[in-house]
Design a protein around this ligand. Structure first.
Ligand SMILES: Cc1ncc(C[n+]2csc(CCOP(=O)(O)OP(=O)(O)O)c2C)c(N)n1
Ligand SMILES: [Mg+2]
Length: 685
């Protein structure tokens, strides 16, 4: 067979596997894999430095399929390249990442060929995608990550990190705002390690894009400062390879390749139709399409042996060689730069360096206290110095969030200063969270920040953080009505509840400066869970830990801060964040009146839910049903802890624009009210 014939055979294998898998599953998206098989073939077999034997080799090129519905592209190449499976401890398991049997069970329970690309479920998937726009936005984080890693770790003669990031996207990704936010920042930062290929097929679900999407996309990306290329025929693999070569030569800006394609390519009745997007072709149409490819019409899930060999000779051989060279290089690097090499190893395994928590502040009791955001600033500055790969920033609210790293040498990340640890995301919350995901996928330890209310703008990417089990950190300040005069648009109500509802996401709302320290201490040790810190804008009294229990209790999600005599309360007060000191005052008032109350600080439902039943019962004894929860957020959900005979002092409406003191009065966040509610529950006046 000539090499052209082998190319074609490989491309048609991807196409027919995709068609067969979708048909078998009676669900999925055949048309785009049929159209983009030549592109994905070219990227993988001709260009990418990726070793199927070690899919987590740190200097591999990254491939992101942002139009995740075309997942059969990924399952096909992972299978055909015989990419190996890796487990959560980064051990290579000696079995394929995606077997032919997985492909036969496309979209079925337990198959390694699920509906959309799932990081953490299938080795070789670099990021979870499916919500359109997320993949490309995440790829910008990967590109920032590569630049930062190269700046810190590359040394003369040692290009330890010089990989590229390729992302494929469709009309949907290009319409989503998050992609625009991310592309704008990528252009500003001149990320020349990043290449997006846009599948310009003029088709989305509702029909031709002339009903929705008629902008001049080339002009748009030129406007962002990208290098814009066009390949007019998605079947022309030489042109595709050439364009990818131009990308690698281009310095100082990212590359955008517009690829004109035909969805459902080769299908006599479905090509260029929206039906090809998301419906099985049907047995008869599959036969006709296979005929048009010159493929055996009745063969199903056919992989000619030559195709495995062709991939082994292409990406397999190139990947093995580049990884071998890199491994040798890294050996010499270890000898010459042992500390840097150790850092790389720790980072790759998501470990913390020795002494990572050295110098974390301990705050003395102080009735005037400190704002959550100010305590956080001190902690972040310590952590970022102790852990070289902690970096992050805010969506233009650094001065308000207090997330700017201010120590000598922290620096700002810009095109000409890629070693900076302060990232400036601009007013782009959604892209910020996706970029934070991309940085975390690059094994850095990133944080992103904004006002808590605007977590809504970042939420889809925070959710993906949890889906992917990434240890990202989101620092959200102005977590309640503390920004009083700004009014209801800026006062979170349902945000705490909505984030608590995301499985696997650890949401923490610390109640004083020492709880902020302990919250960070807990979060830093997470390896597979993202975390949200909801912090106050206004000062909160720093509790006197000689009379109250130590803040280390934060690590259990909730703990008894102060108790009734003999540890047998008649009423329990539960509070979080800025309401903790208020509940503490109420507790003192009740005590002065001879009422036996227990004060519980509950900075995190999520962590508390993971404690043993014994521990949970020791904090909230089932026999004590008079319970009051106080939190400046939606009351919804607190029934879980106060039960049917308890009471929640929270928000049932939006807030209002006024000074905080007046808002606290209007909405009932006052010690007297808390004490009064407790007494009412006990039937006392
Ligand atoms: C954020 C988001 N909105 C909606 C969808 C549902 N959806 C999946 S594919 C698709 C159409 C995508 O069109 P395009 O990107 O052009 O893909 P093509 O059919 O050309 O492959 C839509 C609306 C989604 N996956 N993500
Ligand atoms: Mg399209």
């Amino acid at each position: 067979m000539t090499s052209e014939q082998l190319d074609q055979l490989s491309i048609n294998t991807i196409r027919t596997l995709s068609m067969d898998a979708v048909q078998q599953a009676k669900s999925g998206h055949p048309g785009t894999p049929m159209a983009l098989a030549p592109l994905v073939y070219t990227i993988w077999n001709r260009v990418m430095r990726f070793d199927p034997q070690d899919p987590i080799w740190p200097n591999r090129d990254r491939f992101v399929l942002s139009n995740g519905h075309a997942s059969m592209l990924l399952w096909s190449v992972l299978h055909l390249t015989r990419t190996q499976a890796v487990d959560a401890d980064y051990e290579i398991l000696g079995q394929p990442s995606v077997s032919l049997d997985d492909i036969r069970h496309f979209r079925q329970l337990d198959s390694k060929a699920p509906g959309h690309p799932e990081y953490h479920w299938v080795s070789g998937v670099e990021t979870t995608s499916g919500p359109l726009g997320q993949g490309v936005a995440t790829s910008v984080g990967m590109a920032i990550g590569q630049k930062w890693l190269a700046n810190r770790y590359n040394q003369p003669g040692f290009a330890i990190f010089d990989y590229h990031i390729y992302a494929v996207c469709g009309d949907g990704c290009m319409m989503e705002g998050v992609a625009s936010e991310a592309a704008s920042l990528a252009g500003h930062l001149g990320l020349d390690n990043l290449c997006w290929v846009y599948d310009n097929n003029h088709i989305t679900i509702e029909g031709n894009t002339n009903i929705t999407f008629t902008e001049d996309i080339a002009a748009r990306f030129l406007g962002y400062g990208w290098n814009v290329l066009r390949v007019g025929d998605a079947n022309d693999i030489e042109r595709i390879e050439h364009a990818l070569g131009v990308f690698r030569q281009t310095k100082g800006r990212p590359t955008f390749i517009i690829l004109d394609s035909h969805i459902g390519y080769g299908s006599p009745h479905k090509q260029d139709t929206p039906e090809a997007h998301g419906e099985p072709l049907g047995d008869e149409e599959i036969r006709l399409t296979k005929r048009s490819y010159g493929w055996p019409e009745d063969a199903k899930f056919l992989v000619p042996n030559d195709v495995y060999e062709h991939f082994a000779a292409g990406v397999g051989a190139r990947g093995a060689q580049t990884r071998r060279q890199w491994t040798e290089l890294f050996g010499a690097y270890q000898a010459q730069y042992p500390e840097l090499a150790t850092e790389i190893g720790q980072m790759q395994r998501r470990e913390l360096p020795a002494g990572w928590d050295r110098g974390l502040p301990v705050f003395p009791a102080d009735p005037k206290g400190l704002a959550g955001r100010d305590a956080s600033a001190q902690v972040l500055n310590v952590l970022a110095q102790n852990i070289p790969w902690v970096l992050g920033g805010s969506a233009d609210l650094g001065p308000s969030n207090r997330t700017t790293l201010t120590y000598e040498g922290a620096g700002s990340f810009q095109a000409d200063s890629p070693g900076g640890k302060n990232l400036h995301f601009g007013i782009r919350e959604h892209a910020m969270a996706a970029i934070v995901n991309g940085l975390s996928l690059s094994k850095l330890r990133p944080f992103g920040a904004t006002f808590f209310i605007f977590s809504d703008y970042a939420r889809p990417a925070i959710r993906l953080s949890a889906v992917m089990e990434l240890p990202t950190i989101f620092v959200f300040t102005h977590d309640a009505m503390g920004d009083g005069e700004d009014g209801p648009t800026h006062q979170p109500v349902e945000q705490l509840l909505s984030l608590r509802a995301i499985p696997g996401l650890v949401t923490l709302r610390p109640g004083d400066a020492n709880e902020v320290v302990e919250a960070y201490r807990y979060v830093m040790q997470l390896r597979h869970e993202p975390a949200v810190l909801a912090l106050s804008r206004q000062p909160l009294p720093t509790l006197d830990r000689r009379t109250y229990a130590p803040a280390a209790g934060v690590a259990r999600g909730a703990y008894v801060l102060a108790d009734a005599p003999g540890g047998s309360p008649e009423v329990i007060l539960i509070a979080t964040g800025s309401e903790l000191s208020l509940a503490a005052e109420a507790h003192e008032k009740l005590r002065a009146e001879g009422i036996h109350s227990r004060l519980v600080s509950m900075p995190s439902w999520d962590i508390f839910e993971h404690q043993t039943q014994d521990y949970r019962d020791s904090v909230l004894p089932p026999g004590v049903t008079a319970r009051v929860a106080v939190e400046q957020g939606s009351t919804l959900g607190w029934e879980r802890y106060v039960g049917t005979s308890g009471h929640v002092i929270g928000m049932k409406t939006f807030g209002a624009s006024a000074p905080l003191k007046e808002l606290q009065k209007k909405f009932g966040f006052e010690p007297d009210r808390v004490a009064a509610v407790a007494k009412e529950l006990l039937g006392r006046k």
